[in-house]
Design a protein around this ligand. Sequence first.
Ligand SMILES: CC(C)(COP(=O)(O)OP(=O)(O)OC[C@H]1O[C@@H](n2cnc3c(N)ncnc32)[C@H](O)[C@@H]1OP(=O)(O)O)[C@@H](O)C(=O)NCCC(=O)NCCS
Length: 191
Amino acid sequence: MMKTLPQFKIIDLNYLDEDLHHQAAHLLLLGFAHDWPNAWPTLETALDEVKETLGEEKICRLAVTESGEVIGWIGGFPQYDGQTWELHPIVVHPEYQGVGIGTALVLDFEDQVRKRGATTIFLGTDDESEMTSLGGIDLYPDVLEHLSSLKSRRSHPFEFYQKLGYSVVGVIPDANGPGKPDIIIAKRVES
Ligand SMILES: CC(C)(COP(=O)(O)OP(=O)(O)OC[C@H]1O[C@@H](n2cnc3c(N)ncnc32)[C@H](O)[C@@H]1OP(=O)(O)O)[C@@H](O)C(=O)NCCC(=O)NCCS
């Protein structure tokens, strides 16, 4: 069946709305369970992540349908004295993936970062299950050679970011254990 884009709006998540906190935490569990099962193994760890993303100096935005269902979440926090923002996390409900919600969340995040006068967004996207050509091998000593021939084997999200104008700028070998690197992505945000 063809998926369609539901009506939704993007709102700030605040400290008070516990129902939205729980929905965002469930989304995190659901969205990462398949390819990153260790990222947030329990609802409790996912709720801790929601709480960490809240705060005046941070960005925490939800995509919410007209009926109040949370179908996407994006967060981020300032780094390098606020010149650069780290995007973390982003997740779209599996039933609604592939219809543009992730794109809408990233564009909204870029607007939020621009408003704060920053110049750069970066993020790390892990490969813990050989989803790319960088997974499952020893990247040393020619790390940059491996990086320059990066390929996706199984829908790794680095391609999602590339479609939105982001560049692969680095990799941390074995970041999550041997053969499980973190791929670093960045984009300049024009004011
Ligand atoms: C990655 C994610 C946020 C993308 O959100 P989405 O709503 O599915 O993305 P969109 O529908 O806006 O997709 C925009 C484009 O990126 C592509 N894309 C999306 N996810 C992709 C992936 N994992 N691999 C390759 N391409 C992808 C889409 O096919 C689409 O391409 P098109 O413009 O040629 O049609 C979402 O799939 C998700 O939550 N995944 C699980 C959690 C995750 O991977 N988070 C990111 C960790 S760094």
